[in-house]
Design a protein around this ligand. Structure first.
Ligand code: MN
Length: 499
C-alpha cells in the first residue's frame, strides 16, 4: 500500500555462500514472501521491494551504492536470514547514506517441535545471525532502528510503518525549500538558528525574501480568481456576518483571498515546501496572512511564524509523517494557562495561524483586530480541536546540534464555551502532569512554538530524530522531573563527547 508514490523501501537479506546454492534459493524465496507481505500491510504506507540476497562483501557494497544513488529508495530493511559474517558488511554500511532498520525476524514462526532437525536449524539462523549484525553495527556506531518479532505480528508491522513514515519525512525535507518572508522577529532567541547547520543536517534551504517579492504576486491576482476563491470560502466555511457579501468587512475577505492566491502562486512557482511570515515585516500587505497560512498548512505546507523556519521545517516533516493518518498537524504555540490546582491546562493557539486539519467541525471565518503589527484586521478561521491524545514537539538549535523536545498531551474540552476567543485553539493537559511537563520542557529549552499533531506520535518523532541525527528528549507519562534533569546532563555530555 503506497500513500507515498515514487518512494520505496528496499528489503535486503543477508546470508553467505557457505550453505550452498539450494539454501540461498530458499532464503531468496522467503525474503520475497516477507517483503510482499509487508508491502501489502495496511500499517506500512510505502512499497517494500525485495532485493536479491546478499552473500558477499561485493554484493553488500553493490546494493548500498545502488540504494545511495536511488531517488526512490528512502531506506533499507535489513534482515539476517542465516549467518552473514559482519566483516562483509562494514565497507558497504560505511558508505550507506540512507536510514535502515535492523529487522530481527525469522521465517518460521513456530519451532516444529516434533520434527526439528539440522536443516531447519541451518535455514532459521536469525537468532545468531542477527546478533553478529547487531555487534557489527553497534561497533560501527551506526544509528538504526531495531525491530524484533515475527514478520506477521501486528506490532512488527506497526513499528516498520512508523519508521517508514519517519524515513519519508527525512527524504521529504532533504532538498526542501523554505521561503522566509522578512527575517526573524526582532531580538527573539529561540526562533533563530544556524541555517548552514540546517543545510548540513537536513539538506533544506532557508531563503529570505522581502515582502515586496510577495506583494507582486498578490497584486497580480485577478478579480475572477478572487471571486472563485471567495465562493469556495462561502461553501467550505461558516462566515461571520460582517464578512458576508454586501456587508462592511466583505472587502477584507476578498483581500484575504488575494493574499492566499498570491502566496500560493509564489510558493508553487518556487517549489517551496514550507514558509515563514513575520508580523513586523508586512510592508505592502494590508493584513497579516492568517486564513492563507491556515489553508496552506492544511494543504501540507510547513509553517513558522515570526521568521521561525525551524518550526516551518518541523511542521512540514510532521505533515509528511502523519499523511493519511487520522488527525491533523499544525503549528502551535503555548499561549496561556489555566492554573486551578489539579486542573491545570494549556491553551494553545497563535495570533491566527492554526491549521484547520485539527479542526473539530466546520471552522468559522471571522475578522477581528490583531492589536499588534498595526495593519488592517485580518481574516482567520476559528475552531476548537477535538479531544484526544496529541503530541507537541519543538525543534531548537543548541548551537552545536539540533534538539527535539516532545511532550505527549491529552486534548480536552474547554471548561466553558470560548465565546470571545477570536482564534482557533487547542486545550490540553500535558503528560505526566502540568508541573513536571512544564518544568522539564523549560529546562530542556523547548520553544513556545511547536509542531502539534493528533496523527504523529512520539514514536514517529523518535525514529525521525534518530535517523536525522537529532537529540531527542521526550516528556511523557513516565517522566520524572529529577530524572529528566539528570538525562539532560548525560545527553549534554554525550553530545559534547561524540563531536
Ligand atoms: Mn508566535
Amino acid at each position: 500500500m503506497s500513500m507515498f508514490p515514487d518512494t520505496e523501501i528496499w528489503f535486503i537479506t543477508g546470508s553467505q555462500h557457505l550453505y550452498g546454492e539450494k539454501v540461498i534459493e530458499t532464503v531468496e524465496n522467503h525474503a520475497e514472501e516477507i517483503a510482499t507481505f509487508l508491502s501489502d500491510s495496511e500499517s506500512i504506507p510505502v512499497d517494500i521491494i525485495p532485493k536479491s540476497v546478499v552473500a558477499s562483501e561485493s554484493d553488500i557494497w553493490d546494493v548500498c551504492q545502488k540504494a545511495n544513488a536511488s531517488d526512490e529508495c528512502i531506506g533499507l530493511v535489513i534482515w539476517m536470514h542465516t549467518f552473514s559474517p559482519g566483516q562483509m558488511w562494514i565497507r558497504g554500511l560505511n558508505s550507506l547514506n540512507k536510514p535502515f532498520v535492523h529487522f530481527h525476524t525469522q521465517y518460521n514462526r513456530d519451532l516444529p517441535w516434533e520434527e526439528i532437525d539440522m536443516d531447519f536449524m541451518n535455514t532459521n539462523q536469525s537468532a545468531h545471525g542477527g546478533r553478529e549484525f547487531g555487534y557489527t553495527t553497534t561497533r560501527m556506531g551506526l544509528k538504526r532502528k531495531v525491530v524484533v518479532g515475527h514478520w506477521t505480528n501486528e506490532s512488527v508491522q506497526t513499528e516498520l510503518g512508523r519508521w517508514a513514515r519517519a524515513a519519508c519525512a527525512l527524504a521529504g525535507i532533504q532538498g526542501a525549500k523554505i521561503a522566509r518572508f522578512g527575517d526573524n522577529m526582532r531580538e527573539v532567541a529561540v526562533t533563530e538558528g544556524d541555517k548552514v547547520s540546517a543545510k548540513m543536517r537536513f539538506g533544506c534551504t532557508v531563503s529570505g525574501y522581502g515582502l515586496g517579492d510577495l506583494v507582486e504576486y498578490v497584486d497580480a491576482v485577478s478579480e475572477e480568481d478572487i471571486d472563485a476563491l471567495v465562493t469556495k470560502y462561502e461553501s467550505n466555511y461558516e462566515l461571520a456576518t460582517p464578512l458576508q457579501a454586501g456587508n462592511e468587512k466583505h472587502e477584507s475577505l476578498r483581500e484575504a483571498a488575494a493574499i492566499e492566491l498570491g502566496l500560493r502562486a509564489f510558493l508553487e512557482e518556487g517549489n517551496f515546501n514550507a514558509f515563514t511570515t513575520n508580523f513586523q515585516n508586512l510592508t505592502g500587505l494590508t493584513q497579516l496572512p492568517g486564513l492563507a497560512v491556515q489553508r496552506l498548512m492544511a494543504d501540507g505546507y510547513g509553517f513558522g511564524p515570526e521568521g521561525d523556519w525551524k518550526s516551518a521545517l518541523l511542521t512540514r516533516a510532521m505533515k509528511i509523517m502523519g499523511s493519511g493518518l487520522e488527525g491533523g498537524t499544525s503549528l502551535m504555540e503555548h499561549y496561556t494557562y489555566h492554573l486551578t490546582p489539579g486542573e491545570e491546562k494549556v491553551l494553545g493557539s497563535h495570533m491566527l495561524e492554526v491549521c484547520e486539519s485539527i479542526a473539530d467541525g466546520t471552522p468559522c471565518l471571522e475578522i477581528h483586530p490583531l492589536d499588534i503589527g498595526g495593519k488592517d484586521d485580518p481574516v482567520r478561521a476559528v475552531f476548537d480541536t477535538a479531544p484526544g491524545s496529541a503530541v507537541n514537539a519543538s525543534l531548537v538549535d543548541m548551537g552545536d546540534r539540533f534538539r527535539i523536545v516532545a511532550n505527549t498531551v491529552e486534548v480536552v474540552e474547554p471548561d466553558a464555551e470560548l465565546r470571545e476567543l477570536p482564534v482557533a485553539c487547542a486545550i490540553w493537559e500535558p503528560d505526566p502532569d502540568f508541573e513536571t511537563a512544564i518544568e522539564s520542557w523549560i529546562r530542556a529549552g523547548g520553544a513556545h512554538h511547536t509542531g502539534f499533531s493528533q496523527s504523529v506520535s512520539a514514536d514517529h518523532l523518535r525514529d525521525f530524530a534518530r535517523m536525522a541525527g537529532l537529540e531527542f528528549l521526550l516528556i511523557d507519562e513516565e517522566t520524572d522531573a529529577a530524572s529528566f534533569e539528570t538525562e539532560l546532563k548525560y545527553s549534554e555530555a554525550f553530545h559534547k563527547l561524540s563531536e
